[in-house]
Ligand binder design. Structure first.
Ligand code: IPM
Ligand code: MG
Length: 342
């Protein structure tokens, strides 16, 4: 699947006359099997020295019983943090061609174009202390956010909203959690610096409901780490398939680009996975790390063309008059469309 995305990058290189140099490095379960670590030093070093990092999905059922230091997810979390990627952008747009795919039926899903801005370097994912005391039958994770952590992600959300529909909804659980009360206060303060952007606060349980009830009503959703993880899967389902979502993780240094979905080991290597999440991640990479907005637009338009032509991967209902194709064939169609961008 990563290969499918790189094929699209090649097409961009040809069409827009830019040279990309890509090198491949192991991460996740492959890396554990090779070297015992889900994020080998050499991989981290290569990522630090790159201009942008594209990551295929991680996760493998064989790793389920493994201790944290041998879990694929641990490699990913370390990488996000090591690269200083604190802002995870997850756009969820309903493609016109895929309207029938949305489990939300009616007119309310039309025009759905939501940008989830998920805090990625803190919160419950990283808080200390953490651990499972097997003997005591007790486990702990810590939810902690500091003012600067909230300020920087809030600024990112407001900046992004300025070039969209100027509406930020900040999501929390302020009726229960102290951390959420801090979150709400800090986001409100930052919001005062953006009088041109409307700010609302919403409890996460209500947000889960609003996403299916009125998906098209929202512009930018700003979330802490865990809530963004959960709501982005829901957003994927609302627009037809989690396989469609890509993401950009931005911060102070190198950008990291990955599809939102997991590694789907049950279909790995079967040429059945939906490459759209990976391909639109490439578009985000072009836009955010290389400043190649035109190339990014071309990739996104090419994805839409392929869908409009009726091409579907197996996770999507076949289109009337269209056909179900494999991962590589879909990516080839997108690459072709990129090459013929006028
Ligand atoms: C995601 C994934 C990861 C996360 C996992 C694989 C650690 O679910 O990117 O949404 O929880 O952040
Ligand atoms: Mg997730």
């Amino acid at each position: 699947m990563s290969e499918a995305a790189l094929a699209v990058l090649d097409a961009v290189g040809e069409r827009f006359a830019v040279g990309f140099e890509a090198s491949r490095h192991p991460v996740g379960w492959t890396a554990v099997l090779q070297s015992g670590s889900p994020l080998p030093d050499a991989t981290l070093e290569a990522c630090r020295n790159a201009e942008a990092v594209f990551l295929g999905a991680v996760g493998h059922p064989d790793a389920d019983g493994e201790p944290p230091e041998r879990r694929p997810e641990t490699g990913l979390l370390k990488l996000r943090r090591a690269l200083g990627c604190y802002a995870n952008l997850r756009p969820a747009r309903l493609y016109t061609a895929l309207r029938e795919q949305s489990p939300v039926s009616g007119a309310r899903e039309e025009g759905t174009d939501l940008l989830l801005v998920r805090e990625l370097a803190g919160g419950l994912y990283y808080g200390e202390p953490r651990g499972w005391d097997r003997e005591a039958g007790r486990a702990v994770n810590t939810l902690v956010y500091t003012r600067p952590e909230i300020e920087r992600i809030a600024r990112m959300a407001f900046e992004l909203a300025r070039v969209r529909r100027r509406h930020v909804v900040s999501i929390d659980k302020a009726n229960v959690l102290d951390v959420s009360r801090l979150w709400r206060a800090v986001v409100s303060e930052v919001g005062r610096g953006y009088p041109d952007v409307r700010l609302d606060h919403m409890l996460v349980d209500r947000a889960a409901m609003e996403l299916v009830v009125r998906p098209s009503a929202w512009d930018v959703w700003l979330t802490p780490n865990l809530f963004g993880d959960i709501l982005s899967d829901e957003a994927g389902a609302v627009v037809g398939s989690l396989g469609l979502l890509g993401s950009a993780s931005l911060g102070d240094g190198v950008g990291l680009y990955e599809p939102v979905h997991g590694s789907a080991p049950d279909i790995a290597g079967e040429d059945r996975a939906n490459p759209v999440g990976a391909i639109v991640s490439v578009a985000l990479l072009l836009r955010h790390s290389f400043g190649l907005g035109d190339a990014a637009d071309a990739v996104e338009a090419a994805v839409e063309d392929a869908l409009n032509e009726g091409l579907r991967t197996a996770d999507l209902q076949p289109a009337g008059g269209g056909r179900t194709v494999g991962t590589q064939a879909f990516a080839r169609a997108v690459a072709e469309a990129v090459r013929s961008t006028t």
